[in-house]
Ligand binder design. Structure first.
Ligand code: ATP
Length: 441
């Protein structure tokens, strides 16, 4: 564990950032955040809604959704708060898991102004780039930030980023999530929920809430399947609407809940790509290009095609099997279509989250000529002898070329709710009038 870097702890307000406490088998950093929200009342008052920030979705160290949490508190005993948070991480984090490397960061009010811009940049970087642990450690010692790290301490990356979000609430687009947690004795067992109630809640509150259910695939998507404490999470535009939807859910008893302010559903992870040459693995982009190979379905049901930029570089783009019905749309693309894609790049392939069909290339087909007398298609009159109408005896020499109808409309399309990335902005939130939106439901 690290020391407090000799800081004199005499401030009244503080921000606490926490990350990397969970494993695939259990726990969830947001649950620890919800617990601490209650427990820290003993040492002061909670000042703002807790934050749940989603960071770079391609990071291999993540357990699930690469989340980190921040809390803001008014207290006259910050050292007790630090001791309490540290001991609760020690008790609750899944230390036995190799991937669990908790970190906590404590920002004191006297440092808010100095740290605001630095940690805003750090947040941007944590959402879009890949950060080395040593960079986070160097920043902590250079700036004299109080921190605690466990094992390799990777969690301080997310913890610092979450503090950056709390210090700069006006600098990033936000949404809200109502997270309901299960009673401890139920953890690891099947969740007892009334599925219909989620469809009802969606009917009452969509599009101000989203990703509660997937109507096309008839799935409840806001109830996790893993062993963690989350019963369900309702995402939406404001705290009132997510609470309204949550009140409509019928399910097993809820131990506690928390409404988090979050960067989910904001597209904060996307970098504008000027060209394909600049694209790197483990980053997410918005990229404009032209479809250059016909979509092909490979083993596993994934649909792959290539996109070409103005410099002549190509990248493979994929609608993977979990994107379900979205693949039907992708299969209709043809070389020459102009598209703008959003998605993350891993192993040199862009995993599509959204696609804008900007311009559809005309597709030509050939058919036998029609008889000018009866209007029916003529039949071949034999090799090299043109076409003839059997009934009227009319003749024509060659086939007729025509522009086929594309069973596709320009506009912006997205993967269905069951395949949505946490950070991807759903079209339900997109208020643009200049483009035809095709929200997935
Ligand atoms: P859950 O969603 O259940 O909270 P998780 O998916 O958030 O789990 P973590 O356990 O938080 O996964 O693991 C992610 C780890 O990656 C953390 O240690 C975090 O500090 C680190 N990390 C986050 N963003 C970056 C980044 N951009 N570069 C390098 N490391 C990062």
């Amino acid at each position: 564990m690290e020391k407090h870097h000799g800081i004199k702890l005499d401030t009244e307000k503080m921000i606490i950032g926490i990350d990397d406490t969970d494993s695939n088998e259990g726990m969830c950093t947001t649950y620890l955040g919800a617990l601490l929200l209650e427990e820290l009342q003993e040492y002061g008052t909670v000042e703002a809604l807790p934050l749940l920030v989603r960071l770079n979705p391609t990071i291999p160290y993540k357990t699930r959704g690469n989340a980190a949490v921040a809390l803001k508190l008014k207290t006259d005993c910050p050292e007790k708060v630090i001791a309490h948070v540290t001991s609760r991480i020690g008790e609750l984090a899944r230390m036995e898991c190799e991937k669990t490397n908790p970190g906590a960061v404590f920002i004191l009010e006297k440092d808010y102004e100095t740290l605001k811009p630095v940690l805003m940049s750090f947040l941007e970087e944590a959402v879009k780039e890949v950060i080395e642990i040593d960079n986070a450690k160097d920043l902590i010692s250079e700036l004299g930030i109080a921190s605690k790290s466990f094992k390799n301490g990777r969690g301080i990356i997310g913890a610092l980023a979450a503090c950056g979000a709390m210090l700069n609430p006006e600098k990033w687009d936000c949404t809200f999530e109502y997270l309901a947690y299960r009673q401890k004795e139920k953890w690891g067992t099947q969740r007892d929920v009334d599925k219909d109630s989620f469809f009802e809640a969606d009917r009452e509150t969509y599009p101000e809430t989203w990703d509660t259910v997937d109507l096309t695939n008839r799935l409840v998507v806001c109830v996790p399947r893993s062993g963690d404490p989350v019963l369900f999470g309702i995402r939406g535009e404001n705290p009132e609407i997510v609470s309204k939807a949550a009140a409509l859910i019928r399910a097993e008893p809820v131990e506690r809940f928390a409404v988090y302010r979050t960067n989910q559903g904001t597209d904060m992870h996307l970098l504008p790509a000027q060209n394909i040459a600049e694209i790197r693995d483990m980053h997410s982009y918005r990229l404009e290009g032209t479809v250059s190979t016909a979509p092909k379905t490979i083993e596993g049901g994934h649909v792959i095609f290539a996109v070409l930029d103005r410099e002549g570089d190509e990248i493979d783009c994929a609608a993977f099997e979990p994107t379900k019905n979205f693949r039907y749309l992708i299969r209709k693309l043809v070389p020459g279509d102009r598209v703008i894609l959003s998605g993350s790049v891993t192993s040199g392939t862009l995993n599509i989250e959204k696609i804008e069909l900007k311009a559809l290339t005309p597709v030509y087909r050939e058919e036998n000529p029609k008889c000018p007398e009866c209007g029916k298609h003529m039949k071949s009159a034999g090799q090299g002898q043109g076409f003839r109408c059997k009934k009227c005896g009319t003749m024509s020499l060659s086939k007729v070329k025509y522009e086929a109808e594309r069973d596709l409309e320009p506009g912006l399309y997205e993967v269905p709710p069951c395949a949505r990335r946490h950070l991807a902005k759903p079209l339900a939130r997109d208020k643009r009038q200049d483009i035809r939106l095709h929200p997935a439901r």
